[in-house]
Design a protein around this ligand. Structure first.
Ligand code: DOR
Ligand code: ZN
Length: 377
């Protein structure tokens, strides 16, 4: 059994308010605890989006009633809320800016819409960018011009990780996160149907009558070369984040599948298996250590997002337990996982949060409402 600090996931789509059939503060925080995660930071692309005082309170009230682990809530940058957000900054996890299109309505196409947010939002508070490829390069330039920290969400491409490395070497205040699905899957590898994803070295065809909807995710799954560049630049990656983005299995298999994968319950076993064996199905050897994992899932996110220490908080993991990932055993409401059937090592046995056993042997023991906001409100 190994003992680790409670993990922090800085990128979770809780879906409440508005889409609680996919997930809510209760089910998302149960999934978090089952995955060894004791703090989640929630994204603002809900319905309605979290973009002012009223909507922030809507999310925080629901969280206060239902959350079973600790949490923070991001504000969403819109075309005309740059003047109201600074006053809410100390109640929020930070500001999320969607510079590329994805699920939900929050999107800032025009750079003149980015400027007031970069100018107004307190420099001490993090701005997280959903920005891919050249948009990411523009976001980093904004960080340099406005001399403020930005955190790049879900880096997936070789060109992105190389540019972030170069920007860090220049002293630009940029940090980044990478998601397990971009470390373990490529565009060629995920199974489009019920069988779950295959190892990234096995190329599978989309069979007749099979929908590829389950592979839909933003940023898209990339190439083997991109995946390898992420592994080779592990030291440039500040955080692991799941981008837990639950959509129901029916929605994923529909004609118009929304993008997103659940991830809270697969984060730790996937990474622990890679600590032991290296990236799945490759002969690359070990590129990740337990110390890296603690750095990127606890220490760095705590520093970047200014999160309080969680006293008397740890997780106990049976690192030798081998098992198959199964959606049927998960607490997320969405009913599927892209890693169905993957053989992994490392089972979370017990989670202690602020002195209380919150999860033990497959059972959630923390009550709804036990979770605390990471900001004083
Ligand atoms: O795949 C994604 N799903 N990427 C995002 O940026 C948003 C997310 C969602 O909210 O479903
Ligand atoms: Zn996201």
């Amino acid at each position: 059994m190994i003992k680790l600090p409670g993990l922090i996931d800085p990128h979770v789509h809780v879906r409440e308010p508005g889409q609680t059939h996919k997930e809510d503060w209760d089910s998302a925080t149960q999934a978090a605890l089952a995955g060894g995660v004791t703090t989640i930071l929630a994204m603002p692309n809900t319905q309605p989006p979290i973009f002012d005082k009223t909507t922030l309170n809507l999310a925080l009230d629901a969280a206060k009633q239902k959350a079973r682990c600790d949490y923070g809530q991001f504000l969403g940058a819109g075309p005309d809320n740059a003047n109201v957000l600074p006053a809410l900054a100390d109640k929020a996890a930070g500001l999320k800016m969607y510079l590329d299109s994805t699920f939900g309505e929050l999107r800032l196409d025009d750079m003149t819409l980015w400027m007031p947010h970069f100018i107004n939002f307190p420099k001490s508070a993090p701005i997280v960018l959903h920005s891919e490829s050249r948009t990411m390069a523009a976001g980093i330039l904004f960080a340099a011009i406005y001399d403020r920290p930005v955190h790049i969400a879900h880096v997936s491409l070789k060109e992105e990780i190389l540019l972030i490395k170069a920007a860090k070497e220049k002293g630009i205040k940029v940090t980044c996160e990478v998601c397990p699905h971009h470390l373990f899957l490529t565009a060629e590898s995920p199974s489009p149907s019920g069988g779950g994803a295959r190892r990234r070295t096995e190329l599978v065809e989309v069979g007749e009558g099979e929908s590829s909807g389950r592979c839909e995710v933003r940023p898209r799954l990339a190439t083997q070369e991109d995946v390898e560049a992420l592994w080779q630049n592990m030291d440039v990656i500040d955080c692991f984040a799941t981008d837990h983005a639950p959509h129901t299995i029916e929605e994923k298999d529909s004609d118009n599948p929304p993008p997103g994968f659940p991830g809270l319950e697969t984060l730790l076993p996937l990474l622990l298996t890679a600590v032991d064996d290296g990236p799945f199905g490759t002969a690359q050897g070990r590129l990740l250590t337990i110390d890296d994992l603690i750095q990127k899932s606890v220490i760095n996110p705590r520093r970047i997002f200014h999160l309080p220490e969680q006293p008397e908080t740890w997780i106990e993991v049976d690192e030798s337990a081998e098992y198959e990932i199964k959606a049927a055993n998960q607490f997320t409401r969405c009913g599927w996982t892209p890693f169905e059937g993957w053989k992994v090592k490392g089972r979370v046995r017990r989670v202690v949060l602020r002195g209380k056993t919150a999860f033990e042997d497959g059972k959630i023991l923390a009550e709804a409402g036990f979770g605390k906001n990471i900001r004083k409100v």
